[in-house]
Write a protein that binds this ligand. Structure first.
Ligand code: NAD
Length: 352
């Protein structure tokens, strides 16, 4: 075996049906007694229910988390934290709520307990993307990482099927890209493949029976592994392209990942055939790109950028932005290839 470097992120994970009941104990274990519960407006009622179940351990609810973590909302949340004399945050939700918790922690160092309810994987990364004046920046740091993550599959049964599918594909994108990351190692690759295998089995079962608790558990297990590798290795073409297209053209996050993944994989595969062979094998396909495309199609996932509202007139600009700063990818990022990739993703045609 060749030499490698492995840097793991510390993680305390409570996994299992009903694990949300351990929240109070977890707040006390961290030495706290007044948690500010964070949520989106959509999950406000769930956050209030959670706060009621905590009794005096809950200092209040702030339910204004929103996509892309705008700094002005974060500053309101920090003020709410101070006004409530909170000593930790509990983020109940997906990447948007978790992003808000991370942004608060970055400013005041608070401990975070996350109860993850989507498959986006943000809860186990030390990455924070925030927007200020329409500009999205990404930072990494130890203070951004949550102290405890609670995965309770029962809380994901209500995640609509369409969102479950795109969120699951978002998680799979973390793992696919980790397989060819320049700083990958045998441990991250093992976790990535285990995560991909779990989601490969779970997502069709969720589409068939949305409240299949065994499938929901398997999907959450897979998303934990996929999110973990996102936090441990650097990303390449796929994540950069999603960042560019999502950030500059205001496209929905998980859906953009879902549409682009087969195309970025097919593009990169030409420079990383052996590394991506296990993904092709997982789907019984001749290539990883076609395997992922057929899998997404079988789940009823959106297949084209056009269906998400991306305009043909923006393909040129998106290609320019995507090739502006050179970065590592096993198949180098070059203008003509990226233009073709984005056009195919816009049309939704099956990659070659
Ligand atoms: P989200 O958090 O925006 O959730 C989408 C909607 O679904 C929200 O209204 C939410 O309240 C609702 N929802 C969440 N869980 C639910 C459930 N179980 N049942 C019913 N409704 C539920 O979506 P997301 O895809 O999880 O997160 C996207 C955001 O996360 C983006 O801003 C993205 O940039 C960020 N993200 C960050 C990282 C990271 O490591 N920093 C990783 C992945 C995603």
């Amino acid at each position: 075996m060749s030499s490698f470097t492995y840097t793991g992120n510390p993680a305390r994970i409570l996994f299992g049906c009903g694990s949300r009941a351990s929240l109070g104990e977890e707040i006390r274990r961290l030495g706290h007694s007044r948690a500010l519960i964070l949520a989106t407006p959509f999950q406000k009622a769930d956050a209030e229910k959670l706060a009621a179940s905590l009794g005096t351990l809950a200092a209040g609810v702030f339910a204004q988390a929103t996509m892309h973590t705008p700094v002005d909302i974060t500053m309101q949340a920090v003020a709410a934290f101070d006004a409530a004399r909170a000593d930790c945050v509990v983020s109940l939700g997906g990447g948007s709520t978790i992003g808000l918790g991370k942004a608060i922690a970055r400013r005041n160092g608070t401990d975070q307990i996350v109860i993850a309810t989507t498959y986006a994987g943000s809860e186990v990364t030390n990455i924070l993307g925030e927007t200020d004046g329409g500009i999205k920046t990404t930072v990494r740091g130890p203070e951004i990482l949550a102290e405890t993550v609670i995965y309770d599959p029962e809380l994901t049964c209500g995640l609509p099927v369409a969102m479950s599918v795109t969120s699951g594909l978002n998680a799979m994108a973390h793992a696919v890209e980790a397989l060819y990351a320049t700083d990958r190692n045998p441990i991250t690759s093992m976790m990535a493949l285990e995560g991909l295998g779990a989601l490969r089995k779970a997502l069709p079962a969720i589409v068939a029976t949305p409240d299949d608790i065994a499938a929901r558990s398997q999907a959450l297990y897979g998303s934990w592994l996929c999110g973990s590798v996102l936090g441990m290795v650097s990303m390449a073409l796929h994540h950069k392209l999603c960042h560019t297209i999502g950030g500059s053209f205001d496209m929905p996050h998980a859906e953009t990942h879902a549409v682009l993944l087969p195309h970025t994989t097919a593009y990169t595969e030409q420079g990383a055939t052996d590394l991506l062979r296990p993904v092709a094998d997982l789907f019984g396909a001749s290539s990883a790109g076609t395997g992922l495309y057929d899998f997404a199609a079988s789940l009823g996932a959106p297949l084209s950028l056009a269906s998400l509202g991306f305009l043909a007139a923006d393909i040129e600009r998106a290609s320019e932005l995507a090739t502006l700063n050179p970065y590592y990818n096993p198949r180098p990022v070059e203008a003509e290839g990226i233009r073709t990739l984005i056009r195919k993703a816009w049309e939704g045609t099956r990659p070659d």
